[in-house]
Design a protein around this ligand. Structure first.
Ligand SMILES: [Zn+2]
Length: 215
């Protein structure tokens, strides 16, 4: 291969990568168009328990998983699609399979807490630091109506708590410190972005911070 051909191959590869990137962005935007955003009163409403387990529920779970994955989220609550039923899907980490949890309850939470920056598919362009129990045990039903128990830590425990909050009409805005809440609200109203200030790298507290989540 000549130098020129090598350059052409590089350019083709770059173009393909850019096209793929563009496709992912478009798919994400299409998915996020289904998600209820800040300001909609449904986000402050409490969802009702699911009582019927059947093909309709299975279809709803599949729809939610697609929207979560295309939206590049790690979790999604039915409330975020304007459906006030106690139903959530989550996928904490790309190695994990997506799962659904229906009528979830938090059975136990650790005294040990962790702070991490969280995003929310319903709160575009903003993230906030949220302190939550590091470990938790959740109960509920799977899509077939069978009882399930989930012992979760770290990101998974965080995502599940975030989604259960949605089912109770609670947002990360209600869980963050006053200063960040005010700044995030201002950004949301102005359609601008907000991210909490990054701590000094020398600060050992930084090591406890987990990767950012959109849920
Ligand atoms: Zn959320």
């Amino acid at each position: 291969m000549s130098e020129e051909q090598a350059i052409d191959a590089d350019e083709n590869e770059n173009r393909e990568r850019e096209e793929l990137q563009q496709k992912l962005i478009e798919r994400r935007e299409a998915a996020l168009a289904h998600v209820v955003k800040f300001g909609d009163p449904v986000l402050k409403s409490r969802a009702s328990p699911v009582t019927e387990f059947g093909p309709e529920l299975r279809e709803e779970v599949e729809r939610m998983v697609h929207i979560m994955q295309d939206g590049m989220g790690v979790g999604l609550a039915a409330t975020q699609l304007g459906v006030l039923r106690r139903l959530l899907v989550f996928q904490a980490g790309s190695d994990n399979e997506p799962s659904a949890l229906i009528n979830p309850e938090i059975e136990w939470m650790s005294d040990e807490l962790a702070i991490a920056e969280e995003g929310c598919l319903s709160l575009p362009r903003v993230t906030m630091d949220v302190e939550r129990p590091l470990h938790a045990r959740f109960t509920g039903r799977d899509v077939d109506g069978e009882p399930v128990t989930i012992e979760a830590s770290g990101l998974e425990a965080r995502v599940l708590q975030h989604e259960i909050d949605h089912l109770d009409g609670v947002l990360i805005l209600d869980r963050t410190e006053r200063k960040q809440r005010k700044a995030a609200l201002r950004a949301l109203r102005a359609e601008e972005s907000y991210h909490p200030p990054v701590e000094d790298e020398d600060d050992h507290g930084e090591e406890l911070r987990e990767p950012r989540t959109d849920a």
